[in-house]
Design a protein around this ligand. Structure first.
Ligand SMILES: NC(=O)c1ccc[n+]([C@@H]2O[C@H](COP(=O)([O-])OP(=O)(O)OC[C@H]3O[C@@H](n4cnc5c(N)ncnc54)[C@H](OP(=O)(O)O)[C@@H]3O)[C@@H](O)[C@H]2O)c1
Length: 306
């Protein structure tokens, strides 16, 4: 097992390559149960936590950090600008609200959560109804310009995007003065995204994988299980080790202390085994899947560029 590496962003900042995913369900009760498992993760050595307004866990991330006794500046915090805020709040107002919940004066990474803007009938992250695109909302280019100001002010030490395809990155880069440091997307062996990876490598944008283990669907793949036996680790560790070999940051979520530790202790796969895992790609989304009309949260696959 190798020590958890750090990945250098285009700002020069070093992001811990393994972070703890902070999404834990859609109800207030599930959110309120997050403090103890975020705390066990920090105690196991996690120094990177991935949260969002939409996860309802910013407040519990702050609680866990405070209880851990680890100085805030030793923990990398990523949060996200929700798709429902552009046009209703400025990026600064939205980030200021997150900073209050996170009990901090800055975030290490602030991501534009989605390229599209969605109407949200209620201000809370627990809303689960249909996602309707808001008419006349600001473009991601306009919101990005506001995020660039937050970077200049130091409230966001790094800025990036999430769920952006090559198509939407190209559009963003037409006006961006600052290239996103990170693009956080669904990425696992069944969705290896080779074109997006190559494009982001060319532009100096680091990919972060969400749904990085690919759930039981990928964890039970026979090649993954065979490699787990070979390296004497779990299937999830093989998959996460594969991401690290590709220079991808991962944010697996586990509320179980043993699995949290496993996800931090990753094998170094041989180049041949990295290839074997990459060859499992079948362009299959497991988390944000299109509905029967080919729509994901209000946008068609064509609009998303997926
Ligand atoms: N930007 C976005 O739009 C977006 C979208 C989705 C997710 N995310 C981020 O990505 C994070 C992770 O995504 P995800 O939750 O979809 O996928 P994931 O981390 O790949 O999967 C989480 C599931 O896998 C289980 N698990 C974790 N480690 C395991 C292990 N070593 N062995 C067996 N099972 C294991 C967890 O159960 P236990 O808790 O019981 O271990 C949980 O049920 C989220 O928490 C969030 O921070 C971002």
């Amino acid at each position: 097992m190798a020590a958890v590496p750090k990945v250098k962003l285009n700002t020069g900042a070093l992001i811990p390559a393994v972070g703890l995913g902070g999404w834990s369900g859609t109800t207030k009760e599930q959110h309120a149960q997050a403090t103890p498992w975020i705390l066990t993760a920090i105690k196991s050595g996690y120094r990177h936590i991935d949260t969002a307004w939409g996860y309802g866990t910013e407040k519990y991330t702050a609680e866990a950090i405070s209880l851990s006794g680890i100085p805030r500046e030793d923990i990398w915090i990523t949060t996200k600008l929700p798709w429902s805020h552009p046009g209703l709040k400025t990026a600064e107002e939205s980030l200021d609200d997150s900073l209050k919940r996170l009990n901090t004066s800055y975030v290490d990474l602030y991501l534009l959560h989605w390229p599209q803007v969605v109407d949200w009938p209620d201000e809370g992250p627990e809303y689960q109804g249909p996602h309707k695109i808001r008419a006349n909302a600001p473009s991601s280019n306009e919101t990005w310009a506001q995020m660039e100001e937050l970077y200049k002010k130091g409230k966001a030490k790094n800025i990036g995007v999430s769920n952006f395809s090559v198509k939407n990155l190209e559009k963003l880069l037409q006006t961006a003065k600052i290239t996103p440091a990170v693009n956080q997307v669904e990425l696992h062996p069944y969705l290896a995204q080779p074109q997006l990876k190559e494009y982001c490598d060319t532009k100096g944008i680091v990919l972060t994988a969400y749904t990085p283990t690919g759930y039981d669907t990928v964890r039970s793949d026979s090649t993954i299980v065979e490699l787990a036996e070979k390296y004497k680790v779990s299937p999830a560790q093989i998959i996460l080790g594969w991401h690290l070999a590709r220079g991808v940051v991962v944010v697996p979520k586990s509320s179980n202390a043993t699995r949290q530790r496993d996800n931090l202790n990753l094998p170094t796969l041989s180049p041949e085994d990295v290839q074997r895992v990459t060859a499992l790609d079948r362009n299959q989304r497991l988390c944000n899947k299109p509905d029967e009309n080919g729509v994901v949260s209000g946008w068609t696959l064509e609009e998303l560029g997926w």
